[in-house]
Design a binder for this molecule. Sequence first.
Ligand code: AMP
Ligand code: ZN
Length: 112
Amino acid sequence: MDCIFCKIANGEIPSKKVYEDSFILAFHDINPEAKVHVLVIPKEHIHSCDFVNKSNSFNVSYIFEKIPEIARLAGITNGYRVITNCGEDACQSVKHLHFHILGGEKLPEQIK
Ligand code: AMP
Ligand code: ZN
């Protein structure tokens, strides 16, 4: 499958890793929108939030269990924002479920 995040997950494309285990990978966004901008992905290909179901949803709960540790490893000490974009209107550009962790500075109150 021609999915850039699957290729990052299997090491075909390099990334600046923050955390990795057998289920998930966290790496720095190539085009950061905050002082610290990390992406967390399941290694399993899930297209988006729309494709989370009973058989793959453990990936999502597991990611949320790990987010505090990932934020800490990325140097975030004073809070962060977690975002996932799903589908056209949300401008999801990479069709592999991912969670943005933004922090390292005071963020604007709203990102729309
Ligand atoms: P989204 O718009 O929610 O689909 O977010 C996709 C994110 O992936 C964007 O913030 C991109 O900057 C980021 N991105 C795309 N390619 C790479 C890459 N090779 N390494 C790291 N981040 C990437
Ligand atoms: Zn994928």
